[in-house]
Every structure is written in C-alpha cells, then in structure tokens.
Design a protein around this ligand. Structure first.
Ligand code: ITT
Length: 197
C-alpha cells in the first residue's frame, strides 16, 4: 500500500483529509508519525506558497509521497485578514477559541450583511522533492455574531453557510465534506491521484 504523509499537525484538518480520501488504497500518516521532522516555518505570503513549503519539506525528510495543505479564512470587512495568519491570528499561544474571540472583537459593530468571508484551501502533492500537482478550493460564507455548534474545528462555529443559514459548527460533517474549500480542492486532487497511483 502506498503511504501519503500529510504535512500537518492540525488534527481537524487531518481527519477531514483522511475522510475525503478514505476510498483510496493509501496509508495516510502525518507529522505526528514523524517526530524527527523539525517544525515547518510558514514563511510564504500566500496559501499556495505555504502548501508548497509543507509538501517539499516533508518530502525532503521522508522520501515519501507527501501532501501540504494551507488554508485560512479571508474576511472582506477586515481587508481579507486573517488569511495566511488564520491559525496564529490571536498571537502567541493562539488556539481556536482565542482566534474566534479575536475575530468577533475585530468585527464589533459590523452588521451581518457586511460580514462576507471565504475559506480557501491550497493543496500541493510532492514526491522526491518535486511538485506533482497543485489545486485550490474556496467556500464562501458569512461570519456569525456569536459561535454556534460543536462540529468541525477552527472558525467553523462562526462560519455561516448561507444556503443552510447554519454554521459549519452546526451542520452535519457530511455537508462540510461536500461543500468545503478543502473538499473542493481534494476533489481535484482525487482526479490526479486516480491517474498517478
Ligand atoms: P498545519 O500548518 O500543521 O497544517 P495549521 O492549523 O497551522 O496546521 P494552516 O496554517 O493551514 O494550518 O492554518 C489553517 C487555519 O485556518 C486553521 O488553523 C483554522 O484556523 C483556519 N481554517 C482552515 N480551514 C478551516 C476549516 O475547514 N474550518 C475552520 N477553520 C479553518
């Protein structure tokens, strides 16, 4: 069985990637299976740059087929922040709860009809320190006035899907698996993997 090392420490992201590729004959591992790999510095200016850095770094250290995924939330009223800083938005010691609190604080006084946002995901596949494929996906939404629901991770309790009038925190994970930015990107990556494997 082929191994695919996903260059992530984010367990929510890893769970979704595993689910979205579950029908492939792949053993999916992650950075927690390779503790000897030093922390990867996300020095890129774009999601695409950071996804590439993650995939190529892990390819270098493992020699395996690797996947880097960089994602984040762009909020129009905040000049598309937090963007590539989504996981670090609330500063040192950032976590999902503190990031959500900061996002709500930064949007104080902004009405619901001006809280448009978009999740973005860039996924890069690499082997032998060469890039095999790059894909991206988007998911538009609205930032809620208060968190709702326990599903998903990150900003999901604040991310309303207009079609359902519910946050990803409230919606069943099967719906997120169909319409999310990560799902849209991985649907394209699946086509590549079908031919490659
Ligand atoms: P790795 O770099 O180890 O993969 P990370 O969490 O730092 O983990 P990113 O740099 O790609 O990953 O940052 C992604 C952040 O964007 C994530 O921590 C969330 O805050 C947010 N995010 C991305 N996708 C999301 C999703 O599907 N649901 C909720 N928040 C999401």
């Amino acid at each position: 069985m082929n191994e695919l090392v996903v260059a992530t420490t984010n367990q929510g992201k890893l769970r979704e990637i595993k689910d979205l590729l579950s029908d492939f004959n792949l053993k999916i591992t992650s950075l927690s299976d390779y503790p000897q790999i030093p922390p990867i510095e996300e020095t890129g200016q774009t999601f695409a740059d950071n996804a590439e850095i993650k995939a190529l770094t892990v390819s270098h250290f493992t020699g395996k087929l690797t996947m880097g995924e960089d994602s984040g939330l762009e909020v129009q009223a905040l000049n598309n922040n937090p963007g590539v800083f989504s996981s670090r938005y609330s500063g040192p010691g950032a976590n999902d709860f503190k990031n959500n609190q900061k996002l709500l604080a930064d949007l104080t006084g902004v009405p619901l009809d001006q809280r448009q946002a978009c999740y973005q995901s860039c996924v890069v596949l690499a082997r032998n320190e060469k890039i095999l494929s790059r894909v991206q996906g988007f998911c538009p939404g609205i930032i809620a006035m208060e968190p709702k629901g326990q599903n998903g991770f990150g900003y999901d309790p604040l991310f309303i899907i207009p079609e359902y009038q519910k946050t990803f925190g409230e919606l069943d994970p099967s719906i997120k698996a169909r319409i999310s930015h990560r799902s849209k990107a991985l649907q394209q990556m699946r086509t590549f993997l079908d031919g490659y494997l």
